[in-house]
Write a protein that binds this ligand. Sequence first.
Ligand code: BGC
Length: 393
Amino acid sequence: MQRTLAPKVSGWSVMLAWSAACTGGGGAQRPAASVAREPFGTTDQGAAVNVYTLKNAHGMEVRATSYGGIILSLKVPDRNGRFDDVVLGYDSLSDYQRASPYFGAIIGRYGNRIAGGRFTLDGRTYTLARNNGPNHLHGGLKGFDKVVWDVAPFEHPDSVGLVFRYRSPDGEEGYPGTLQATVTYTLTDRNELIFDYLGTTDRATPVNLTQHSYFNLAGDGKGDILGHVVTLNADHFTPVDSTLIPTGEIRAVAGTPFDFRTPTAIGARIAQDDEQLRYGRGYDHNFVLNKGGTGGSPGEGAALTLAARVYEPSTGRVMEIYTTEPGMQFYTGNFLDGTLRGKHGVVYRHRYGFAMETQHFPDTPNKPDFPSTTLHPGEQYRSQTIYKFAVQP
Ligand code: BGC
């Protein structure tokens, strides 16, 4: 699935807006879609950071920053047309820099865990930071969630968006090769938020990029997410050891609390006495998405298929996730414990948000049987994920 990523806009400074009437929409005039930029402060290292606000023709709004590509807020309508922010996060850049469990960020170079912070590639062993117990997590001490990206906004007749670019130098966080990463956020007038990931390298390297927004479709801070009704298009998941590293087994979900093939509340079975739920302290597992036979290794151009559907009964909000990736980490905010104070002073208590991180499987660099995450020079890493919002009565 190839899209045109070239930004159409350059040299703008304050605000761009147009009305659908101007773009040949016809009929009644709709609100203008727009993209705007403002300063968001300066990092501890002195880099200037901006915040960008995208709005579509239906009033859906995404705010994202050049620091980590973090989605600060995402406003979507409920069944009565009322808009709420449905993602967790902080108000200030300094809060994100101080202590964030990856709220809303782009994750790289390798999303999820690598066992023991080690892997061997082309006969050479690489050592990475062990920043999660004995393991490496989400790219290390300063992953793609903590770097300042170059951002170029764009507008198309039925969408607005941002192109994030980052050049990760050879050896950064212990990974081999210079990786050129481009991540595009597109907000469409179909209430979709589309993520396109591209990458190239000058030496073979593992790459596994994802997005780490935490959702609460009832609204940020409006309680836990246990009542959300989830459907996952996955017949299998990858069970883990007590440090959340996959054992290598691809296990059928049938007959387990991991069977979300029919709509089921997150909380319905989360407290069951199950070894995998104990290890994850709830759901914190990679689901093997049903892909209908397509592979999905870097550069292969895998098919875009439905991964998940989430319905929040009190507001009617629905989020569907489509992806080219073979897996998805479903994480139910088990490590949120009331110690983080988020936007507008909200305290994030246990399971106040969930994440659905589309990805290749955890620890693939040490698991030759999993779909490969190795990107070679001359190949293009390509991945797409769509979050589509709707309402249900
Ligand atoms: C991991 C969790 C972790 C969370 C925040 C998720 O991707 O699977 O174990 O707590 O990210 O770091």
